[in-house]
Design a protein around this ligand. Structure first.
Ligand SMILES: Nc1ncnc2c1ncn2[C@@H]1O[C@H](COP(=O)(O)OP(=O)(O)OP(=O)(O)O)[C@@H](O)[C@H]1O
Ligand SMILES: [Mg+2]
Length: 349
């Protein structure tokens, strides 16, 4: 399911994951459940080109995408892209199961109560996530503001691309997790994608996402703290943050502050979902570029007392592209989780 499955732009061949720190472009082949990575690239952006889920400098970001495609030989007209942040609304509801056509009417009626905009102002879609033993069906309703879709279409058409599928980023990240890990139905999980300007939190119960939240805090805040506390230029503060080190105490004495805020936001959500009849939380999966902060996994274990794992979005995916540097891919794998989830849609539709 995508938020928008456009007709007419052909089957998407590439996935483009735009982020505040970088653009990731991925090309996948194979069949559902048997995915193969053919090519990928990451292009870093300057601060301010893209933030909180929106392209800010269309010319510069457009050029980066075109250059990256030209350099890697990845060609396409139709692409899959994702949206998250303020332009997206994601709601989870439970309804009595019914034949699809009747359910469709019920969902559309229900949606009006959950979407805080006029229905005419949004493009809405939904996915049936699963049916439980009492014949209740879990539905995820997604809506994006029509004007944001138009802006995005305008941006892609300016570089001769068309979004054939627009997915919601949290669902893409979940799809990447599900494609690689065997989630147990009687357990619940937290999936935390920590990017640069944003963190997507996806709470999974009985094998499906049941709650998502975007927190506007991520790796950029850590870098900004380092910049201030160590009086470093942005680039050097990034280097300081990423450096492998024996003793992480010095790093955490600075980034403990912004990370602590993120932990409080995440804890708030953990408490909130406890009231939703979740099974006890059995594991946290970390992804996004900031999952690579040295020792972040141990920091999470300490803070939450819950088993934590770095998500590898290529755990069950064959890497077949001859130009792919597999060591590099392995080193940055968690950063490509959203991109993998989007690329899966080029195969599953
Ligand atoms: N090895 C590393 N150690 C520490 N931080 C890292 C490392 N590699 C990347 N990061 C941080 O990860 C962040 C980028 O992550 P990611 O690529 O997931 O973000 P994005 O998708 O570009 O941004 P967003 O989703 O917030 O719009 C940056 O803050 C970067 O400094
Ligand atoms: Mg991102």
């Amino acid at each position: 399911m995508g938020l928008l499955d456009f007709l007419g732009s052909g089957k998407p061949k590439l996935a483009i994951d735009l982020g505040a720190d970088s653009i990731k472009i991925l090309q996948m082949e194979g069949t559902p459940g048997n995915y193969k990575l053919k090519n990928f690239t990451i292009e870093y952006l300057e601060e301010g080109f893209f933030s909180e889920g929106m392209v800010q400098d269309t010319l510069k970001v457009g050029e980066k995408i075109k250059d990256a495609m030209a350099q890697t030989g990845m060609k396409a007209k139709a692409i899959v892209t994702g949206v998250s942040g303020r332009s997206v609304i994601i709601k989870f509801i439970k309804l009595q199961n019914k034949p699809d056509q009747e359910l469709d009417i019920d969902i559309k009626n229900e949606a009006t109560t959950y979407i805080p905009f006029e229905i005419s102002e949004v493009v809405m879609d939904y996915a049936k996530l699963g049916v439980d033993s009492t014949d209740q069906v879990d539905i995820m309703i997604t809506a994006i503001k029509r004007e944001d879709i138009e802006t995005m279409n305008g941006f892609y058409s300016s570089i001769n691309l068309a979004p054939g599928i627009v997915d919601v980023a949290p669902l893409a990240i979940f799809n990447a997790l599900e494609a690689n890990y065997d989630l147990e139905g009687d357990k619940s999980y937290a999936l935390v994608n920590i990017g640069s300007s944003m963190t997507n939190l996806i709470m999974i119960d009985k094998g499906v996402p049941k709650f998502t939240r975007d927190i506007f805090n991520g790796g950029l805040n850590c870098t900004k703290f380092i910049e201030r506390m160590r009086r470093l230029e942005f680039k050097d503060a990034e280097k300081f943050k990423k450096a492998q080190r024996e003793n992480v105490g010095e790093l955490y004495s600075i980034i403990g502050n912004p990370l602590g805020e993120l932990v409080r936001e995440i804890s708030g959500t953990f408490e909130y979902v406890q009231g939703m009849n979740f099974s006890p939380l059995s594991r946290i999966y970390l992804c996004g570029g900031s999952a690579l902060i040295p020792n972040l996994k141990d920091y999470f274990v300490n803070q939450f007392g819950i088993e934590t794992e770095l998500m590898n979005p290529f755990k069950k995916i064959d890497v077949i592209g001859s130009t792919i540097d597999t060591h590099y891919l392995e080193a940055i794998a968690p950063q490509l989780a959203t991109g993998v989830g989007l690329a899966i849609r080029t195969i599953t539709g």
